[in-house]
Design a protein around this ligand. Sequence first.
Ligand code: AMP
Length: 547
Amino acid sequence: MLGQMQSHPLLISTLLVHAERHHGEQQIVSRRVEGDIHRYTYKDLAVRSRKVAKAVAALGVKAGQTVGTLAWNGYRHLELYYGVSGSGAVLHTLNPRLHPDQVVYIADHAEDQVLFFDMTFLPLVEAVAARLKTVKHFVAMTDRAHMPAQTKIPKLLCYEELVEAQDDKYAWPQFDENLASSLCYTSGTTGNPKGVLYSHRSTMLHTYAAALPDSLNASARDVILPVVPMFHVNAWGLPYVACMVGVKLVFPGPALDGKSLYELFENEGVTMSAGVPTVWQGLLAYTDANNLKFSTMNRTVIGGSACPPAMMEAFEQKYGVQVLHAWGMTEMSPLGTVCTLKPKHLKLSPAERMAVQSKQGRVVFGVDMKIIDGDGEELPRDGKASGELLVKGPWIVAKYFKGEGGDPLVKDEQGQGWFPTGDVSMIDTDGYMQITDRSKDVIKSGGEWIGSIDIENIAMAHPAVAMAACIAAFHPKWDERPLLVVVKKPGAEVTRDEMLKFFEGKIAKWWTPDDVVFIDAIPLGATGKMQKNKLREMFKDHKLPTA
Ligand code: AMP
């Protein structure tokens, strides 16, 4: 027997309709590429998103076709999020930090029809425009006064003119919630990036789950500043959560340095933020150097790479800002786990609590996870066994765009498909998952695994260390041994021997790195993660003193 309740498709446009009606007066503040601070409301967002939907259709984009963006976090990008996806077209957010050849590959692969871009990326677009096979229109996301006097881009259009040429008489179309809404490519360190095609349904379910108290805990009383870019997995879903709950949104635009962020946090009364650890390093370096405190920020989500416990401690003890450690992937929309405490943890000592909080956390309802051994057998959730992490759920990829890479899923006995994350982890009896490594970064010493994240976390707690990466170096007897690569804080000093001594008593002796090298900077990828493949290449001939 069927239930007898109303059936409405879960569509992204419904978030905007809700926002306009129920918190239309709430503010959206953006630092613009033009340099000034722009303010408007959810009502304005809704009106302009309808105009954008009409403008995109007027450019010839049909339902199901893709529209590319190369843009920072800002209100115009948000209008494209809603205007493009809401109209039935697919928003493809490109990562402008990728190599131009990859930008060309991705835009061609996605068959982008129109490319919208912030003026910062004019040189990039000029460099690639002639090579883009499917893009018919280029749109600079600015007003007439800021358009370039001269450009190599043929018939460059002006965003504000396109939007203002339309009225806002537009009814969001109704369609199947399983249709595609947006597209994001993985950062892929080897081979070409692969596309993950989200649907309206997957995005909406993810939005409900992300807003929950034990997820991102977003409410109408919050002021949220997403530092995580809107070009990286939809800024972790925050642009959608914002419309659902009516937060005041603050966008940092292109200014992601510590000083600019701090000013925006304080001037706008930001209560919560979200970003990768490398961004917070810049912010904390600035607040430390200038003896500043946060007057309104009470929590921040940190994910994308492991958050070093030293950073969590600094946030909590020095600044009174709670860190929510979160884990996810482009393939997971991205939210998988968030590290929120259970009641029994509230009684723990600060050090014991920190040990729990530094794990990647518990699954958000909707995601199921398990760990398996090399034979595909499920491993116990005992906090000791470690194996490859598999996930399933309605906002997790089933296959990559255009079938690239074949069927990625691993079937269980019931025939259910699980997505192999490529992360090696443990799950404890309380359900907290802890990542020890990416499977390709694991160090295999004499057949035993050494997790590089534990080693990096210890190194990061040393006061002279700005950044640390642990990689495998060749060893004639053990095959691989850990090599610690360290970037020192400006003006700070530490020797190789002092660094090695720092590990004493903190880790099993055989996990201690065999050597330490100091470099000026660790190469970071397009999403702010350490590129260990590049480090391994740099140190492939490194002679360990133990060899
Ligand atoms: P991406 O798809 O670019 O967001 O990368 C996803 C990968 O980033 C995951 O598979 C993990 O290897 C890594 N990652 C994300 N969050 C965390 C975290 N909190 N701790 C450790 N690794 C993380």
